[in-house]
Design a binder for this molecule. Structure first.
Ligand SMILES: NC(=O)c1ccc[n+]([C@@H]2O[C@H](COP(=O)([O-])OP(=O)(O)OC[C@H]3O[C@@H](n4cnc5c(N)ncnc54)[C@H](O)[C@@H]3O)[C@@H](O)[C@H]2O)c1
Ligand SMILES: [Zn+2]
Ligand SMILES: [Zn+2]
Length: 380
């Protein structure tokens, strides 16, 4: 089969790789019909993770079940399913509590959390390929309704960014009527904005510097803040009577930059401390890593940032972090899509065949104008 293989920094290609097959009776094999490129893939593409050369990437996957293991009860050949990017077993202490982003049995030894085609999250191949092996299929497959053909580009967002955006707002403790500031108008930040609006936020402010992404922020009903035109913190304070937003979300991660494009790893976290009100919550879904040897900043090389802890403490703020537990949300978010109450595909800018993925990685990585979310169609 064909798959998108990571060969090293900014070097990916579509190669012939061994076919995905049933390895345990609890597996299914899915023929991938839609799979996305994610900002998380870009951390790997940029050579800023320990992802192994030869890894097939792709963790935002949807497709048709082709083959079913002997011990699978509920999933049938022909079902259309969306796969959470995190792989859970369903029976470990964390999965039992709904914390499937931190599965203990699917993870690498001594770690928590597994995912398809992902640095440090187990040996699982990704789905930017023709076929994908799905472990513990009864637990991990989200069944999709009959309208999947027309809403496939919406349902695929249930694999990651829609639940992740939602998770950011839950970590932040958003309540109906709250104002929220979101740093990053990439796919995750935009989904956090959409989630906040669905949950009844009174004001959603999204900070970025790319006009195309800021336009999408406005389209979903947020106030767009262009931090290349003035200080974002001051703008948020001006919009919230000097108090700061009720809560905030980080949707950028460790490669966050100033608006000139220089990496400043503590920028978004300290901006959040300064633009969220006293006692407010901060939800951090942007990825931060234990080590980042490629960082230009000395502290960041060992996963540290100069965090405004004094101000954070003085303001009595709270913080929640980590990979999204997709399964905690995807079923109900699917129902919002089915009911026509959420349309996450509005951020899709490119729909391409798999063989165009290497060029698409480059353009998405360059945050080239108009490249807001790339989806790949390996079956076409
Ligand atoms: N926690 C999870 O489960 C999870 C899931 C998916 C993605 N992620 C992470 O979320 C982050 C965002 O993902 P994405 O797909 O939206 O990525 P993206 O790279 O497409 O978007 C990031 C956006 O942040 C903007 N940005 C950079 N520096 C900024 C700053 N200082 N202030 C404001 N905006 C700034 C960029 O211009 C860009 O538009 C990544 O770190 C990704 O790995 C986490
Ligand atoms: Zn993703
Ligand atoms: Zn588990």
């Amino acid at each position: 089969m064909k798959g998108l293989v990571y060969h090293g920094t900014k070097n990916v290609s579509v190669d012939t790789v061994p076919d995905s097959k049933i390895e345990k009776p609890t597996d299914v094999v899915v023929k991938i019909t839609t799979t996305n490129i994610c900002g998380s893939d870009l951390h790997m593409y940029d050579g800023r993770t320990n992802v192994k050369k030869g890894t097939v990437l792709g963790h935002e996957n949807l497709g048709r079940v082709e083959e079913v293991g002997n011990a699978v009860d509920t999933v049938k050949v022909g079902d259309y399913v969306c796969l959470p990017f995190n792989i859970g077993c369903g029976f470990c202490a964390n999965c039992e509590r709904g914390l499937t982003g931190f599965c203990l049995t699917c993870a690498e030894p001594g770690s928590a959390g597994a995912a398809y085609g992902f640095a440090g999250m187990g040996p699982y191949r990704g789905g930017q390929a023709e076929y994908l092996r799905v472990p513990y299929a009864d637990f991990n497959c989200l069944q999709l309704p009959a309208d999947v053909k027309e809403k496939e580009n919406d349902y695929v967002m249930l694999s990651d960014i829609f639940p992740t955006g939602w998770h950011a707002t839950r970590l932040a403790g958003l309540k109906p009527g709250d104002s929220v500031v979101i740093y990053g108008a990439g796919p995750v930040g935009l989904m956090a904005g959409l989630s906040a609006i669905i949950q009844g936020a009174s004001k959603v402010m999204i900070v970025d510097r790319h006009p195309d992404r800021l336009k999408l922020a406005e389209k979903i009903g947020a106030v767009a803040i262009d931090d290349s035109k003035g200080d974002a913190v001051e703008k948020v304070l001006a919009l919230t009577e000097g108090l700061g937003a009720d809560c905030g979300c980080e949707a950028v991660g460790f490669q966050c930059q100033d608006h000139h494009g220089h990496e400043v790893p503590n920028l978004t976290m300290n901006n959040l401390v300064n633009s969220v009100k006293a006692t407010g919550g901060i939800g951090v879904v942007g990825v931060f890593l234990p080590t980042d040897p490629g960082a230009s900043d000395v502290m960041a090389k060992s996963g540290q940032i100069a965090f405004d802890f004094g101000t954070f403490w003085f303001k009595g703020q709270k913080i929640g972090t980590g990979q999204a537990n997709v399964k905690a949300y995807n079923r109900k978010l699917r129902d919002l899509i089915t009911a026509g109450k959420a349309k996450p595909s509005i951020i899709v800018s490119h729909e391409l065949p798999l063989d165009q993925a290497p060029a698409a990685y480059k353009d998405f990585d360059d945050r080239k104008k108009g490249w807001t979310k790339v989806i790949l169609k390996p079956a076409k």
